[in-house]
Write a protein that binds this ligand. Sequence first.
Ligand SMILES: NC(=O)c1ccc[n+]([C@@H]2O[C@H](COP(=O)([O-])OP(=O)(O)OC[C@H]3O[C@@H](n4cnc5c(N)ncnc54)[C@H](OP(=O)(O)O)[C@@H]3O)[C@@H](O)[C@H]2O)c1
Length: 213
Amino acid sequence: MIVTIVGAGNMARGIGTRALAGGHSVRLHDRTRAKAEELATALSQAAPEADVTAVGPDAVGDSDIVVLALPHPAGHEVAAAWADALAGKTVVDISNPVDFTTFDSLTVPPGTSAAEQIAAAVPESRVVKAFNTTFAGPLTEGQVAGRPLDVFIAGDDDTAKQTVSALVSSAGLRPLDVGPLRRARELEAFQFLHMASQERLGLNWSSAIAILP
Ligand SMILES: NC(=O)c1ccc[n+]([C@@H]2O[C@H](COP(=O)([O-])OP(=O)(O)OC[C@H]3O[C@@H](n4cnc5c(N)ncnc54)[C@H](OP(=O)(O)O)[C@@H]3O)[C@@H](O)[C@H]2O)c1
């Protein structure tokens, strides 16, 4: 698959690392081209056989999956601006719309989610929520305490969820389809709790949320 990641920060590194481990081609786009090129170089040095390049915004057309690795609401803004190019595409929202000024609430109102807001902005795309509960460090490693990370997946389009699940599985992680896109409300709240508990529980951003049988 061709996986295009928009944004070249911590999560782009984690998802890019895992996608390359799964044998996929990775395209990196950032509003600062040099930042995408820097990450592409770093990822290719870590995996010399990998197919990873920095691209302009026009590269979206070739993608099987477009990951919005941007903060909220930038992901929403970029999706809305690119709605035509994203039509028909599987678009992955990984965001956690946390109010970082207070660290005490989400910034989306009750009864919706960042993922649903993005879906409304790109009605011709197949929006999937995934990777929002996996911290960047453990994601880059692929595991916590020897256990592959669980990746919770929510969406209204089964084919799109299967495509994302295939990416997750090939990357050595465990996909868990938790239902329709409105489950993103719970996934975003779930990860808010996870984030807000880091200091209290001494987890140092290296923990993971998992479902154990
Ligand atoms: N970090 C985690 O462990 C983690 C875990 C799960 C989910 N997430 C979610 O993943 C997303 C990305 O997080 P991150 O940790 O990768 O953040 P990050 O390291 O700060 O990277 C964010 C990227 O988004 C770009 N960006 C910021 N504002 C933008 C805008 N208005 N328009 C276009 N690009 C913009 C940044 O570019 P510039 O450098 O030019 O600003 C940067 O490339 C967030 O929604 C976060 O909630 C993060």
